[in-house]
Ligand binder design. Structure first.
Ligand SMILES: Cc1cc2nc3c(=O)[nH]c(=O)nc-3n(C[C@H](O)[C@H](O)[C@H](O)COP(=O)(O)OP(=O)(O)OC[C@H]3O[C@@H](n4cnc5c(N)ncnc54)[C@H](O)[C@@H]3O)c2cc1C
Length: 346
């Protein structure tokens, strides 16, 4: 939808074809952390897409505020605390200095009431987003700008001399001079018939939501065991599980137990609170730590966004900007070679 917005802003006629409920999007299930988990563990190609995501989303939330109930506070800028000692701490400090991200030493107890003492670093400028609200607002804005939505699955993409013809599950087809394939965990099924095979896989993830009085969790808290994300209204998300190869989107009892144990180990009072929501989503998993964004080799006018894995929300604004520049023949804001699908086709 962000690519659709950028295309529509350029005055182009845009249609979004989405299978809707048949293949639930990861984007509605995500926790909304606007940073890769432990960003310093990622290569520059990912950090280039993500280091300024909170500022980018601030601009987007300003633009969309009021639509579908989106509020400024749906972007929670309460920072991110990450457990880090020894080498981890040194790497994090080096990363923060290289990317101009502000960072300070801070005890966990500053952000979590009754937390066990633990060494870590706090990044005040990293926010989190109430992504389902943003997505609803985005859709309202797109419709108001004249973007068409078609509720159908694309069964096949057939490249032409320029662009492609799309066969839809409802029996008809659509053609366009520029096509962007961005079907999340289902993208490989559309790319494989075009001769493009990437190391992609579905990666199921589960999350819990607790209702607490505001202020119990005062920053995102990130550890290797899991994370807590505070929302402005006091709700706290606990995430997340990761099961590579699983494309089912139903929550499980084992997932719930694992997340409840993790959440209570960080904030002991959660042992006595029943989560009010539990859900699952399917990430577009990838063997590499940054996505594939760009033209589909062997076609003219067909593009793909694939393998955003755990970072599709944080990377979305910069990814959409890169893709749309490539689709429109403009100078790309980043070196597209890093994200190319070439060399990956069979
Ligand atoms: C539990 C969990 C927590 C997460 N937390 C975070 C986080 O904190 N921060 C972060 O940045 N990322 C997070 N992520 C990852 C993020 O949600 C994904 O990387 C991102 O949503 C992927 O976006 P996408 O557009 O590629 O795919 P999706 O959001 O899955 O969208 C794909 C769309 O394609 C449609 N579709 C599929 N096949 C077809 C077809 N054949 N025809 C038509 N339409 C089709 C689907 O209906 C869907 O709407 C999390 C994910 C999960 C599951």
């Amino acid at each position: 939808m962000l690519s659709a917005l950028n295309l529509s802003d350029r005055g182009l006629s845009v249609t979004v074809i989405d299978a809707g409920g048949q293949r639930p999007p990861a984007s509605w299930a995500g926790g909304g952390i606007l940073s890769p988990l432990f960003a310093w563990r990622y290569p520059d190609a990912m950090n280039r897409l993500t280091h300024d995501a909170t500022a980018r989303y601030r601009g987007l939330v300003d633009r969309l505020r009021g639509k579908a109930g989106l509020r400024a506070s749906d972007l929670n800028e309460s920072g991110l605390w990450a457990a880090a000692d020894g080498d981890e701490r040194r790497n994090a400090l080096r990363w923060a200095s290289a990317w101009g991200v502000s960072c300070q030493e801070a005890p966990l107890s500053r952000y979590l009431s009754e937390a066990p003492e633990r060494e870590g670093l706090w990044f005040p400028a990293i926010g989190n987003l109430r992504n389902p609200r943003l997505l609803k607002a985005l859709r309202v804005a797109l419709v108001a700008q004249g973007v068409k939505f078609v509720n159908a699955a694309v069964d096949a993409v057939r490249p032409g001399a320029v662009g492609a013809e799309l066969t839809l599950s409802r029996g008809d087809s659509l053609s366009a001079p520029r096509v962007l394939i961005c079907a999340g965990a289902w993208t490989p099924a559309l790319l494989a018939p075009l001769g493009v095979r990437l190391p992609l896989f579905p990666a199921k993830g589960e999350m819990l939501l607790y209702r607490l009085p505001p202020g119990r969790v005062r920053s995102i808290v990130l550890t290797d065991e899991g994370y807590l994300i505070p929302r402005a209204d006091g709700a706290v998300l606990a995430g997340s599980t990761l099961k590579a190869g699983d494309a089912s989107s139903y929550p499980t009892v084992t997932g719930r137990w694992a997340l409840q144990a993790m959440a209570a180990s960080l904030l002991p009072e959660l042992a006595a609170v029943t989560p009010s929501h539990h859900w699952a989503g399917v990430r577009p998993g990838s063997d590499r730590d940054w996505p594939y964004l760009g033209p589909v080799p062997g076609t003219r006018g067909v593009f793909a966004a694939a393998g955003l894995h755990r970072n599709g929300l944080v990377a979305a604004p910069a990814s959409a900007e890169l893709l749309v520049a490539l689709m429109c023949g403009e100078t790309p804001p980043l070196d597209p070679a890093d994200y190319s699908l070439s060399g990956a086709s069979s």
